[in-house]
Design a protein around this ligand. Structure first.
Ligand code: ADP
Ligand code: MG
Length: 272
């Protein structure tokens, strides 16, 4: 497949592609059950924030959403993950298809440090087996760096190594690399935890612009950030050795201003 065959940027509308849905997802590492029947809709055109204390399964859930969970030898799962209504784990769906459609950005920025900024973006294509000509690559690099809010800062030094950028710029480079295959969904696991406040704001601005065309699911420990960037929130919890589950989910304003469960109120108000 070449990049011309990929879906073009999406327009506004009620039938935006990229809606993700978890149906009764449970997960285990060996005998250890870490998630219990998680149901969650992550609509297209929206930012969904996953919040909750450490160890309640947020990262595991995120990895399940793009089939990274199955790479851990001891891992198993039950339930379904639907992208636009189709199970990403269905036998006929290839792993690389899921990876191309559902990108991931991690806590620690991980560009290829010795590789140029330009090649870092293009590497996103190679990882999923896509080909592109030189002109296509030039256009794609500019497009992805622009969307990631980095183009103006790096356009005159695209041949410099990715590792020479600041931490915040490296994280935006990783976002650009993820966007190179035009994913429908971008998963972000605490993408700003390692960054200073100014870089954090830049990433938040990028998310606000990207969400019109890429469904975003973000794990964050920063409640102000969840309130600023997300449209919907899901509060995960694991109580006294029980597997993680969702206490409640809904529009972010409701989760913060009118939670139904006292545990949610305690968590969003920093009481545990
Ligand atoms: P969170 O992201 O909410 O902090 P995680 O998804 O990282 O939570 O972890 C959930 C549970 O799964 C924890 O009990 C953790 O120890 C366990 N766990 C996570 N990754 C692995 C792994 N690769 N092997 C075994 N157990 C794991
Ligand atoms: Mg985590």
């Amino acid at each position: 497949m070449t990049i011309d065959a990929l879906p073009v940027a999406f327009t506004e509308g009620s039938t935006l592609p990229g809606g993700l849905e978890a149906r009764a997802v449970s997960a285990w590492f060996g005998e250890h059950k870490v998630l219990d029947r998680v149901w969650l809709q992550m609509p297209a055109g929206r930012v969904t924030a996953l919040i909750g204390p450490s160890g309640c399964g947020k990262s595991t859930f995120l990895r399940i959403l793009n089939r990274m969970h199955e790479l851990v030898g001891s891992a198993s799962l039950a339930g379904e993950v639907l992208l636009d209504g189709e199970d990403i784990y269905a036998a006929r769906r290839r792993l690389t298809d899921a990876r191309r459609q559902i990108g991931m950005v991690f806590q620690k920025p991980n560009p290829f440090p010795a590789m140029s900024i330009y090649d870092n973006v293009v590497a996103g294509l190679k990882l999923t087996g896509l080909r592109a000509g030189r002109d296509q690559k030039d256009g794609l690099v500019e497009e992805c760096l622009t969307k990631a809010g980095l183009w103006k800062e790096v356009k005159d030094r695209l041949r410099k190594p990715g590792g020479a950028l600041s931490g915040g710029q490296q994280q935006r480079l990783c976002i650009a690399r993820s966007l190179a295959v035009r994913p429908r969904v971008l998963l972000m696991d605490e993408p700003c935890s390692a960054l200073d406040p100014t870089s954090t704001r830049r990433i938040e601005e990028t998310m606000a612009e990207l969400k019109a065309e890429v469904t975003i699911v973000i794990v964050t420990h920063n409640m102000q950030q969840a309130a600023r960037v997300s449209d919907r929130c899901a509060f995960f919890l694991a109580e006294q050795g029980t597997p993680g589950f969702i206490v409640e989910h809904g529009p972010t304003t409701e989760i913060f201003d009118a939670p139904r469960d006292s545990r949610t109120a305690d968590y969003v108000n920093g009481r545990f």
